[in-house]
Every structure is written in C-alpha cells, then in structure tokens.
Design a protein around this ligand. Structure first.
Ligand SMILES: Cc1cc2nc3c(=O)[nH]c(=O)nc-3n(C[C@H](O)[C@H](O)[C@H](O)COP(=O)(O)OP(=O)(O)OC[C@H]3O[C@@H](n4cnc5c(N)ncnc54)[C@H](O)[C@@H]3O)c2cc1C
Length: 326
C-alpha cells in the first residue's frame, strides 16, 4: 500500500484525496484550519475544471450548488466598453465553502485527517508528500527553498447583500472597470449576495484604511460600482497582498510533489487559480491510479507543468495591463 501525506485540505488537496482508491493508497490529510471561516466569495469554474470534476464523479453535485456563468464585460472607469463576451458553456459560479463541502463529502472514509499545521514536511513518513498548502507552502519552502513573492498589487474583496440584478440589471455575470491604476469588479454569487473586488498597487495600511481609500478612489466609477460600495459591510471585507509562486521548472522533487497554488499561485485576474488547483488534484489522482509511483510523478509533471505555467504567466500579464490602464 502506498502511503501519501497531503499537506493542505483546500481545493487541490481535497480533489486529490477524493480521487484516490482507499484500497490502494493510505492517505493522511493535514489541515491547519479545519474550521473554515469564509465570507462566501465566489469562484468562477471554467469547463476544463468541470471535466476534472466529472472524472471525480462530482460535476453534478457541484452544478447543484452553483449558478451558471453567462457573460463578461470589461469597461473603462468611465463606462466605455473595452471587451467581453459570452462565457463558454458549462461555466459556473460557486462559493468556496460549497465547493470544499462537495469535495470533502467525496473523500473516502478511510482517509485520516490530522488537524494542525505541519511545521516541517520532511518529518512526514509518507512514500509521497503532497504540498497542497497554498501560496505560502511550507512544502515548497522545505524542498525547493523558494517562498511565494509579492506582485506589488493587493486585492480588497467581499460580498454585499442582494442579487447582482439589484446592482447591474440585465448585465453580464462579471463586470470589471479598469482605470486610474486600479480595477473594480462585480460578479454574481449564489445565496442572494453579490461579489465585489478591487485591486490596486500595494500600500501599507489597515483594512479599514484601504476600504476608506477605495470608497474615495472609486467614487467616480460607473453607477453599479457606487451601488455596491454603498452596501459594503466592513465586517465582510478581506484584504490580501496578491502573491505569486516564482517560476518552477519542476513540480516533483524526490518524494515531494506540489499541486495548486503551492506549485503555481497566480494573479486572480483570469479567475483560474482554483480551476487549476482542481485539475492538478484530479490529474495527480489519475496518474497515481494508472502508473507505478515514479512513472505517475513524471506523467503528472508532463501533463500539468506547461499548461499551469502558461495560465500563471497570462494572469500576470492581465494584471499588469489592468492596473496600468490610464
Ligand atoms: C482575490 C482572489 C480572487 C480569486 N478568484 C478566483 C476565481 O474566481 N476563480 C478561481 O479559479 N480562483 C480564484 N482565486 C484563486 C484561488 O483562491 C486559489 O487558486 C485556490 O484556492 C488554490 O487552491 P489550493 O488548494 O492550491 O490552495 P488553498 O485553497 O489556499 O488551500 C491550501 C490549504 O492548505 C492549508 N495549509 C497551508 N499551510 C499549511 C500547513 N503548514 N499545514 C497544514 N495545512 C496548511 C490551508 O489552511 C488551506 O486550507 C482567487 C484568489 C484570490 C486571492
């Protein structure tokens, strides 16, 4: 029986655990924050992520608690249209806790869960140690020696009460407004709330100072932005530095393998990080199921490295264009 330690029970770690046959793999998941506190912000799931969910037998349970994504529009801060279009068929919006709940329910009962942070991954005894521990991965730090890096941008985001139609009647599910070195986005959500996010160059300030800055800075942006800002509840706001994983040429090193943000954390501007994390988890499970361990890891590297690095690079380009819009 192959033993596998998975560090991190987020999107990638749970997708991997859901895809491993408990008769062939002894799996242990280590999660530092099993009681999740989340605002209920939404992920866009694109068709390739749905295909991975389908392979795990989870596409329908996800669709049941998600909402179809329809279209995207990008405009300037004065409302002039820059681009947009219809979302591809089988694109969905789902709250992170709902996605994690579906993945968690699919985890075989034999998987052992350990609550608490792993400080040193080299002390774990698994034949394979999977770093599914996000952008600040201790696995990457221990085996690759490279920490995540700041992009110089930050994101303020949250949810407000009310469906998207109350803020932007008849408009697409996602709207972004670019200009004045910043962007503001509004997207549909489920459960009667609407998602919003703002991004700007990073400066040192508290969350409430950044929120006050944003309320002033975006005051001239189009009406839907004003409607959202009027309803913002400071208790339902998150502030993050936007971090990226430095370019890695390999996701496998000795008995360590990286999945999700640990391998390729990217700017959120293409809404793809969780999708790539899902595909990583499902692909690694498939490779481990189909091949002996050494071949499986080579195959995982071959299937996932190029694609995920391309999306990471493209997301960085979109961030730079958006935040440099005049
Ligand atoms: C502003 C913003 C908006 C985004 N919007 C989208 C979007 O629309 N669509 C999309 O696809 N993606 C989006 N993303 C990206 C998405 O959130 C991530 O890419 C995704 O969560 C990565 O999944 P993961 O499993 O790799 O990491 P995570 O989901 O971060 O999970 C890592 C897990 O590891 C645990 N952990 C960490 N360290 C340890 C340790 N030492 N010991 C034990 N456990 C540990 C953590 O508690 C966590 O549960 C967005 C990100 C941001 C910042």
């Amino acid at each position: 029986m192959v033993t596998i330690d998975i560090i991190g029970g987020g999107v990638a770690g749970l997708a991997l655990a859901a895809g491993l046959d408990p008769h062939r793999f002894e799996v242990r998941i280590h999660e530092r924050a099993p009681e999740r506190h989340d605002l209920g912000t939404v992920y866009g799931l694109w068709p390739h992520a749905l295909r991975s969910l389908h392979d795990l037998g989870l596409a329908d349970p996800v669709r049941e608690c998600a909402r179809p994504a329809t279209g995207v529009r990008v405009s300037t801060s004065t409302g002039r249209r820059l681009g947009g279009g219809t979302a591809p068929a089988d694109s969905w919006l789902i709250q992170r806790p709902d996605l994690l709940a579906v993945l968690g329910r699919a985890k075989p009962a034999a998987v052992q869960s350990f609550d608490g942070a792993v400080e040193d991954p080299t002390t774990l005894t698994g034949d394979l140690v999977v770093g599914a521990d996000g952008v600040h991965s201790v696995t990457r730090a221990a085996a690759w020696g490279c920490p995540g890096r700041r992009t110089g941008a930050m994101a303020l985001r949250g949810v407000v009460n009310g469906d998207i139609d109350e803020f932007a009647p008849g408009d697409p599910w996602l709207q972004e407004f670019w200009g004045r070195g910043s962007l503001f986005g509004i997207s549909a959500n489920t459960r009667g709330v609407t998602n919003w996010f703002a991004s700007m160059p990073e400066f040192r300030a508290t969350k409430s100072e950044v929120l006050a800055w944003a309320q002033h800075h975006f005051a001239q942006f189009p009406a839907p932005v004003q409607a959202v800002l009027e309803r913002v509840d400071p208790e339902r706001v998150l502030l993050n530095s936007i971090m990226e994983t430095p370019t890695l040429t390999r996701y496998v090193r000795r008995r360590f393998v990286l999945v999700g943000d640990a391998a390729h954390a990217m700017s959120p501007n293409m809404g793809r990080g969780a999708c790539e994390a899902l595909v990583d988890g499902a692909t690694l499970a498939q490779c481990l199921s189909d091949f002996p361990l050494d071949v499986a890891l080579r195959e995982y590297q071959r299937r996932r490295w190029g694609r995920s690095q391309a999306v990471r690079a493209a997301s960085g380009v979109v961030r730079r264009i958006a935040l440099n819009w005049p």
